[in-house]
Write a new protein. Structure first.
Length: 197
Protein backbone atom coordinates (compact mmCIF):
# COMPACT_ATOMS: atom_id res chain seq x y z
CA UNK A 1 0.00 0.00 0.00
CA UNK A 2 1.48 3.32 -0.97
CA UNK A 3 1.45 6.52 1.08
CA UNK A 4 0.38 9.95 -0.02
CA UNK A 5 0.89 13.03 2.12
CA UNK A 6 -2.51 14.19 3.35
CA UNK A 7 -1.63 17.72 2.17
CA UNK A 8 -0.91 16.56 -1.39
CA UNK A 9 -3.48 18.11 -3.79
CA UNK A 10 -4.64 14.66 -4.91
CA UNK A 11 -5.18 13.56 -1.29
CA UNK A 12 -7.02 16.78 -0.50
CA UNK A 13 -9.26 16.39 -3.57
CA UNK A 14 -10.01 12.72 -2.86
CA UNK A 15 -10.76 13.31 0.82
CA UNK A 16 -13.01 16.27 -0.02
CA UNK A 17 -14.94 14.29 -2.64
CA UNK A 18 -15.46 11.44 -0.17
CA UNK A 19 -16.57 13.75 2.68
CA UNK A 20 -19.04 15.51 0.38
CA UNK A 21 -20.45 12.23 -0.91
CA UNK A 22 -19.48 13.26 -4.45
CA UNK A 23 -19.81 9.82 -6.05
CA UNK A 24 -19.12 11.08 -9.58
CA UNK A 25 -16.05 12.99 -8.38
CA UNK A 26 -14.74 9.92 -6.54
CA UNK A 27 -15.29 7.80 -9.66
CA UNK A 28 -13.35 10.29 -11.79
CA UNK A 29 -10.47 10.40 -9.32
CA UNK A 30 -10.33 6.60 -9.06
CA UNK A 31 -10.38 6.23 -12.85
CA UNK A 32 -7.68 8.86 -13.31
CA UNK A 33 -5.42 7.55 -10.54
CA UNK A 34 -5.28 3.75 -10.45
CA UNK A 35 -4.43 2.54 -6.97
CA UNK A 36 -5.91 5.60 -5.25
CA UNK A 37 -8.42 3.45 -3.35
CA UNK A 38 -5.50 1.59 -1.69
CA UNK A 39 -3.49 4.70 -0.78
CA UNK A 40 -2.85 5.66 2.84
CA UNK A 41 -3.13 9.37 3.55
CA UNK A 42 -0.19 10.16 5.80
CA UNK A 43 0.23 12.88 8.38
CA UNK A 44 3.01 13.96 10.75
CA UNK A 45 4.11 11.44 13.34
CA UNK A 46 3.38 8.38 11.21
CA UNK A 47 -0.41 8.73 11.43
CA UNK A 48 -2.23 7.50 8.35
CA UNK A 49 -5.70 6.48 7.23
CA UNK A 50 -7.44 5.24 4.11
CA UNK A 51 -10.24 6.80 2.10
CA UNK A 52 -12.63 4.36 3.82
CA UNK A 53 -11.50 5.89 7.11
CA UNK A 54 -12.19 9.35 5.68
CA UNK A 55 -15.68 8.15 4.76
CA UNK A 56 -16.39 6.76 8.24
CA UNK A 57 -14.72 9.47 10.33
CA UNK A 58 -16.80 11.46 12.83
CA UNK A 59 -19.55 12.54 12.38
CA UNK A 60 -20.15 9.94 9.64
CA UNK A 61 -23.39 9.83 7.66
CA UNK A 62 -21.75 11.02 4.44
CA UNK A 63 -24.26 11.37 1.60
CA UNK A 64 -24.23 8.25 -0.59
CA UNK A 65 -22.01 6.51 1.97
CA UNK A 66 -22.94 2.92 1.06
CA UNK A 67 -22.40 3.63 -2.66
CA UNK A 68 -19.01 5.16 -1.85
CA UNK A 69 -18.05 2.05 0.14
CA UNK A 70 -18.94 -0.14 -2.85
CA UNK A 71 -17.05 2.13 -5.26
CA UNK A 72 -13.90 2.26 -3.14
CA UNK A 73 -13.90 -1.50 -2.47
CA UNK A 74 -14.45 -2.26 -6.16
CA UNK A 75 -11.40 -0.09 -6.88
CA UNK A 76 -9.28 -2.07 -4.40
CA UNK A 77 -9.79 -0.42 -1.01
CA UNK A 78 -8.92 -2.77 1.86
CA UNK A 79 -12.12 -3.05 3.90
CA UNK A 80 -10.28 -4.02 7.11
CA UNK A 81 -7.41 -1.53 6.79
CA UNK A 82 -6.15 -0.24 10.12
CA UNK A 83 -5.80 3.37 11.19
CA UNK A 84 -2.11 3.95 11.92
CA UNK A 85 -1.68 6.08 15.00
CA UNK A 86 -2.61 5.87 18.67
CA UNK A 87 -5.06 3.03 17.95
CA UNK A 88 -5.68 0.55 15.14
CA UNK A 89 -9.35 0.96 14.25
CA UNK A 90 -10.89 -0.27 11.02
CA UNK A 91 -13.46 1.71 9.01
CA UNK A 92 -16.15 -0.56 10.52
CA UNK A 93 -15.19 0.59 14.00
CA UNK A 94 -15.37 4.23 13.00
CA UNK A 95 -18.77 3.76 11.37
CA UNK A 96 -20.02 2.06 14.56
CA UNK A 97 -18.79 4.99 16.65
CA UNK A 98 -20.82 7.33 14.43
CA UNK A 99 -23.93 5.12 14.38
CA UNK A 100 -23.77 5.02 10.59
CA UNK A 101 -25.78 1.82 10.09
CA UNK A 102 -26.11 2.02 6.27
CA UNK A 103 -22.31 2.24 5.97
CA UNK A 104 -21.87 -0.56 8.56
CA UNK A 105 -24.11 -2.70 6.37
CA UNK A 106 -22.15 -1.87 3.20
CA UNK A 107 -18.81 -2.58 4.90
CA UNK A 108 -20.03 -5.92 6.25
CA UNK A 109 -21.46 -6.83 2.84
CA UNK A 110 -18.03 -6.03 1.38
CA UNK A 111 -16.40 -8.51 3.78
CA UNK A 112 -15.44 -6.41 6.81
CA UNK A 113 -14.64 -8.50 9.88
CA UNK A 114 -17.27 -7.76 12.54
CA UNK A 115 -14.86 -9.14 15.17
CA UNK A 116 -11.77 -7.16 14.14
CA UNK A 117 -10.12 -5.74 17.23
CA UNK A 118 -8.13 -2.54 17.70
CA UNK A 119 -10.92 -0.18 18.74
CA UNK A 120 -10.10 2.99 20.65
CA UNK A 121 -12.09 1.55 23.58
CA UNK A 122 -9.93 -1.13 25.17
CA UNK A 123 -8.69 -2.46 21.84
CA UNK A 124 -12.07 -4.15 21.34
CA UNK A 125 -14.38 -4.58 18.37
CA UNK A 126 -16.75 -2.25 16.54
CA UNK A 127 -19.48 -3.41 18.94
CA UNK A 128 -17.45 -2.29 21.95
CA UNK A 129 -17.04 1.18 20.43
CA UNK A 130 -20.74 1.35 19.50
CA UNK A 131 -21.60 0.64 23.13
CA UNK A 132 -18.96 2.94 24.62
CA UNK A 133 -20.09 5.82 22.45
CA UNK A 134 -23.72 5.15 23.42
CA UNK A 135 -24.85 4.16 19.94
CA UNK A 136 -27.82 2.15 21.13
CA UNK A 137 -30.18 4.95 22.12
CA UNK A 138 -32.04 7.79 20.43
CA UNK A 139 -29.12 9.86 19.15
CA UNK A 140 -30.11 10.59 15.59
CA UNK A 141 -33.80 11.38 15.77
CA UNK A 142 -34.55 8.10 17.55
CA UNK A 143 -32.86 5.99 14.87
CA UNK A 144 -29.60 5.02 16.60
CA UNK A 145 -29.09 1.31 16.10
CA UNK A 146 -25.37 0.52 15.61
CA UNK A 147 -25.00 -1.84 18.58
CA UNK A 148 -28.19 -3.76 17.82
CA UNK A 149 -27.28 -3.90 14.13
CA UNK A 150 -23.81 -5.30 14.84
CA UNK A 151 -25.36 -7.94 17.09
CA UNK A 152 -27.72 -8.92 14.28
CA UNK A 153 -24.76 -9.16 11.87
CA UNK A 154 -22.79 -11.52 14.13
CA UNK A 155 -21.07 -9.29 16.69
CA UNK A 156 -20.03 -11.12 19.85
CA UNK A 157 -20.81 -9.95 23.37
CA UNK A 158 -18.15 -12.14 24.99
CA UNK A 159 -16.39 -8.99 26.21
CA UNK A 160 -19.25 -8.44 28.70
CA UNK A 161 -19.16 -12.02 29.96
CA UNK A 162 -22.05 -13.61 28.06
CA UNK A 163 -20.17 -15.44 25.33
CA UNK A 164 -22.17 -18.63 25.95
CA UNK A 165 -25.55 -16.97 25.27
CA UNK A 166 -27.11 -15.26 22.31
CA UNK A 167 -27.62 -11.52 22.90
CA UNK A 168 -31.40 -12.03 23.05
CA UNK A 169 -31.07 -14.83 25.61
CA UNK A 170 -28.67 -12.76 27.69
CA UNK A 171 -31.04 -9.79 27.67
CA UNK A 172 -33.97 -12.00 28.66
CA UNK A 173 -31.95 -13.63 31.45
CA UNK A 174 -31.08 -10.18 32.76
CA UNK A 175 -34.75 -9.14 32.64
CA UNK A 176 -33.98 -6.11 30.49
CA UNK A 177 -36.74 -4.53 28.46
CA UNK A 178 -34.36 -3.40 25.74
CA UNK A 179 -30.79 -3.65 24.52
CA UNK A 180 -29.75 -0.31 26.03
CA UNK A 181 -30.79 -1.36 29.54
CA UNK A 182 -29.09 -4.71 29.19
CA UNK A 183 -25.83 -3.27 27.86
CA UNK A 184 -25.77 -0.62 30.58
CA UNK A 185 -26.34 -3.27 33.25
CA UNK A 186 -23.40 -5.30 31.97
CA UNK A 187 -20.63 -2.79 31.81
CA UNK A 188 -21.33 -0.74 28.69
CA UNK A 189 -21.46 2.82 29.91
CA UNK A 190 -22.48 5.76 27.76
CA UNK A 191 -19.57 7.95 26.80
CA UNK A 192 -19.14 10.84 24.40
CA UNK A 193 -20.99 10.47 21.13
CA UNK A 194 -17.88 10.75 19.00
CA UNK A 195 -14.57 8.91 18.77
CA UNK A 196 -11.25 10.33 19.81
CA UNK A 197 -9.38 10.25 16.51
Amino acid sequence: MRYLDAADPLAVSAAAAVRLGDLDGVRRLLAGHPGLARVRLGEAGGVSRTLLHVLTDWPGHVPRGPALVRELVAAGAEVDARFAGPHAETPLTWAASCDDVPVLDALLDAGADVEATGAVIGGGTALSDACAFAQWDACHGGQSQAAAFLLERGGDLGWVGYDDLTPLDAARRAGADDLASWLAAHGARPGPRHPAG
